[in-house]
Design a protein around this ligand. Structure first.
Ligand code: AMP
Ligand code: MG
Length: 426
């Protein structure tokens, strides 16, 4: 009797029964944990990093009651319209003065600490300065008016930011406002990028007219690196790998040692020039292979062992649109999970097809399309005429991917659901 294979090996050998996209993604997300190491980053370098610990305020913000206006601090009971009060003190921002004498006003400026005893500020537009020493009140002061109270923004001891927060301009400003100069962040996710394919030529290494027959420029390397950087990963670009078992094994090992995640493009299909899958099986384990989606079927996921632990592995198809779309739908959430960011539900847009769609497919399809004005103020949608997975112009032209269920023929006038490509790239 045959020994039972572990489930991952079974799935890797199963030719039929492609894995549904949602199942594959769920399986991948269960298999990864957020990176554990913590680093300290200066505020100026923290944009885009992920906070590793709650950030606790060590002070109240504001730290003292202060004026919200340029004007006069008063006791509201004394500052009635028509009265003239002596100006007993002058308080610019940054100074702290003693108590406000009874029956007097204090000249005060925005952000300056309120003198003890004052309970309202009159803006200068509601007063007439008489001779520098007296002020005429033109409107009754209401208790509490134009005062920013101590701790009304942040109370000392509060966690103003939680671990896992994505640091952007607002979060960095907030951290500065409570006195932090450095922030504890998760170590950056390192992704090793490998391009496979003996036909590939690096742009710049040769003029387009000199390209040999059969050769093509490597495009995937550049859009994948750009996507990864947008998603906050550090890219370790290991360049081109020759289509041999030996070169693929060596590159895979090098990548595992350098990175948390290995991302390959090409060489993961079924031809005998496809060495990526066997290399992963030799050096680690292939947990998932082939997804029921178009474009993107030959997607693979697993891990490659290294001296300590293992690196995650994702094999993307070689066809540029397949590579792009699987990166958007599968690599992006994986990167978020590894960085310790929460998963976000994708926002679907509903539109009405302005024309018939391409022929229905067995697989769930992501069609490149563009939104346009439709009938009755609704959104219309046109399909890129060539939905071939090698046609990269479609990704430039399109602003959405239509999520078309398997075996579904779209006709003009049908409601379709789509995902904005710009959201998937953010
Ligand atoms: P493969 O998955 O390696 O069989 O490649 C599938 C198709 O994608 C072939 O036509 C390759 O030439 C093409 N391809 C693979 N890698 C790249 C790349 N990095 N840039 C552009 N096209 C690629
Ligand atoms: Mg290839």
């Amino acid at each position: 009797m045959n020994e039972a294979l572990p489930p991952s090996q079974v799935s890797a050998q199963r030719p039929a029964g492609l894995r549904p996209l949602d199942d594959a993604l769920a399986e991948m997300l269960v298999a990864v944990n957020p990176l554990a190491d913590i680093q300290s980053l200066p505020l100026a370098e923290a944009d885009g990093a992920v906070l590793a610990q709650d950030l606790i305020a060590g002070l109240d913000v504001p730290g003292f009651d202060n004026s919200q206006m340029d004007g006069y601090a008063v006791r509201s009971g004394e500052a009635l319209a028509g009265r003239v009060l002596p100006v007993a003190m002058r308080i610019p921002a940054g100074q702290f003065c003693g108590p406000l004498p009874l029956g007097a006003a204090a000249r005060i400026f925005t952000g300056a600490a309120l003198p003890q005893g004052a309970d309202a500020v009159l803006m200068q537009e509601d007063c007439t300065a008489l001779d520098g020493e007296r002020v005429q009140i033109n409107a009754n002061a209401k208790p509490g008016q134009w005062i920013r109270r101590r701790a009304e923004d942040i109370a000392c001891g509060r966690a103003v930011l939680k671990a896992g927060a994505l640091l952007g301009p607002a979060q960095i400003g907030l951290a500065a406002s409570i006195g932090y100069a450095t922030l504890p962040v998760r170590e950056p996710l390192r992704v090793a990028l490998l391009s496979t394919g003996d036909e590939l030529v690096t742009p710049g290494s040769i003029a387009p007219a000199q390209l040999q027959p059969g050769a093509i420029f490597n495009s995937n390397r550049y859009f994948l690196a750009a996507l990864l950087r947008r998603w906050g990963a550090q890219v370790i670009d290991l360049g081109l790998v020759a289509d041999t078992r030996k070169a693929t094994l060596a590159a895979m090992q090098q990548a595992a040692n350098a990175a948390h995640l290995i991302l390959t493009t090409g060489g993961v299909s079924v031809g005998e020039e496809d060495h990526v899958k066997p290399a992963v099986q030799a050096l680690g384990e292939l947990n998932l292979w082939q997804i029921s989606m178009k474009p993107g079927k030959p997607f693979a996921f697993g891990h490659v062992r290294k001296s300590a632990g293992s690196a995650h592995f994702v094999g993307l198809p070689g066809n540029p649109v397949s590579s792009f779309v699987t990166a958007l739908l599968l690599v992006r959430p994986l990167v978020r999970a590894l960085r310790g960011l929460p998963q976000e539900a994708l926002t679907y847009i509903e539109a009405t097809a302005s024309q018939d769609g391409p022929k229905a497919d067995k697989r769930r399809e992501f069609l490149r399309a563009r939104l346009e004005a439709g009938p009755n103020g609704k959104l219309g949608l046109r399909f890129f005429p060539n939905q071939n997975s090698s046609v990269l112009t479609s990704m430039d032209w399109a602003d959405v991917l239509v999520d078309n269920p398997s075996q579904t023929q779209i006709a003009a006038g049908d409601a379709v659901r789509c995902l904005r490509i710009s959201q998937l790239m953010a």
